[in-house]
Design a protein around this ligand. Structure first.
Ligand code: SF4
Length: 460
């Protein structure tokens, strides 16, 4: 057993060193990704919108749509949960372009407003909602605007701030908060061994350019690490290594979690995002919309039902009979707000109650909330997978068992979250009885959440 473990350890450590040695190869790979990314964004703009007889295999616009939203987005989330943020460090075209611009840029100091810890969450909420209002998953123009605009902003930030750094990725990228959160369950990380660091001689060590600006000597956890491999072997103290999945949540960076981490997990990933991904199939959304339509008719207010806004504000494609009016948009906003509110009530009340039962201050809520990361990750992945399956289904391809697998994944992740909560409670309380009593309400919340998913996957 130990031989196997040491072989596995040596294997990943060697993998980290390999990344360090092949940085120029990684750079070439990034340029290929950039070329593919630009082509996927731009080429569909010149094509007509797909019709009823267009499929993934015979229409480029449909193919691009599937690659972006059916493959790229869900499987980058899955990859981040399984192996960490290798996507960010090795393949992400936006990060690579931002760093490239920064290498040649002004190299200014990073302004303090940019370091506000709420930016990634605010940017994620804004892009998620804007994407739904403009139907980003269906049409190339909003995809080009949102993704292209984000990439342009990343390059501008790179060109102005930091030298050969990824200031955008560290402080502003709309998905950096999500990737950082999801990566906490990954079983791989770049480990810093502080004793080896102290023993080593700084004179012998070449400098490391950590593009996402991590103070690598004191690095805790791996949520900000892009797994680029540039620090592998540095001072004989850093190596790519295995760890127990989620160990970082219980004993590492999870202990330093703060308000924005909790906001991202509870109201956003467990509330707003599921609502944003499933509003079209929701009876509650339809009920809200019908109610609003009736109020408008009663009041003689017809413009919210008839006004058409440009495609970059609201979905507007009359040629394929897809137009969103103001009532649709207000209903959508109300529905995602309801999703965020419901998940806040469902999870935050048991979390706050747990701090009382464990006789701890309210600050402990943020560490306890980290236990919900497996559930939030599975919910996000399964929600995004709905884009994959619905696109394939519309092309006549049914993946057998996929709904049952999604349901099972959410249930297993929910059980993991409850177990994780119980483990975190051991950091704050020695009494098993208190820990069990504190865990029971959160287990009920997880069960209610998972049951909703199961109903949607299997019965809805
Ligand atoms: S700590 Fe920095 S240099 Fe090291 S792997 Fe992570 S991102 Fe790369």
């Amino acid at each position: 057993m130990s031989t196997t473990q040491s072989f596995a350890g040596r294997f990943v450590s060697g993998l980290g060193d390999l990344l360090l040695r092949y940085q120029s190869g990684i750079r070439r790979m990034q340029w290929m990704m950039i070329a593919a990314y630009v082509a996927l964004l731009v080429v569909p703009l010149a094509l007509p919108l797909p019709g009823g007889s267009d499929y993934i295999w015979n229409n480029l616009a449909r193919f691009v749509q599937f690659v972006f939203w059916g493959v790229w987005w869900p499987f980058v989330i899955l990859g981040t949960a399984l192996v960490g943020r290798f996507w960010c460090g090795l393949l992400c075209p936006e990060g690579a372009l931002s760093e490239f611009a920064s290498e040649r840029g002004a190299g200014r100091a990073i302004p303090s407003w940019m370091k506000w810890s709420g930016w990634p969450v605010v940017a994620f909420i804004s892009t998620t909602i804007y994407g739904q209002l403009t139907s980003i998953y269906q049409y190339p123009k909003p995809a080009a605007l949102l993704l292209g605009g984000s990439t342009l902003a990343a390059m501008v930030v790179g060109a102005r701030y930091g030298k050969a750094k990824r200031v955008w990725c560290r402080f502003l990228c709309p998905v950096s908060g999500v990737f950082g959160t999801v990566s906490k369950v990954a079983p791989l990380h770049f480990r810093v061994e502080s004793d080896a660091w102290k023993r080593s001689s700084p004179a012998e060590a070449a400098g490391v350019n950590c593009a996402p600006l991590i103070p690598i000597k004191t690095m805790q956890g791996s949520s900000a690490c892009h797994m680029c491999g540039r620090c592998s072997g540095h001072r004989g103290a850093i190596r790519l290594a295995w760890r127990k999945p989620a160990a970082d949540i219980v004993f590492g960076s999870g202990r330093m979690a703060a308000r924005w981490d909790t906001i991202l997990i509870i109201p956003i990933l467990l509330g707003l995002v599921p609502a944003a991904l499933h509003w079209t199939a929701s009876g509650a959304f339809q009920a809200m919309r019908t109610w609003l339509v009736e109020r408008c008719v009663e009041l003689g207010l017809m413009w919210p039902l008839s006004l058409r806004l440009p495609w970059w504000l609201l979905t507007n494609y009359p040629s394929v009979n897809d137009v969103m009016n103001v009532v649709d948009a207000v209903s959508l906003l109300a529905f995602v707000a309801l999703g965020a509110f419901t998940s806040s009530v469902l999870f935050l009340l048991p979390l706050v109650a747990a701090t009382t039962i464990l006789r701890r201050t309210r600050k402990v809520v943020h560490h306890l909330a980290q236990a919900m990361i497996p559930l939030a990750t599975s919910s996000l992945f399964c929600g995004l997978l709905a884009l994959t399956t619905s696109q394939l289904r519309s092309d006549g391809i049914n993946l057998p068992g996929v709904d049952a697998a999604r349901g099972a994944l959410v249930v297993v992740a929910g059980l993991w979250s409850v177990g994780l909560f119980f483990r975190i409670s051991s950091v704050y309380c020695r009494s098993i009885n208190r820990r069990i009593i504190a865990t029971a309400p959160i287990a009920m919340a997880v069960a209610a959440f998972s049951a909703t998913w199961l109903f949607m996957f299997l019965g809805g």
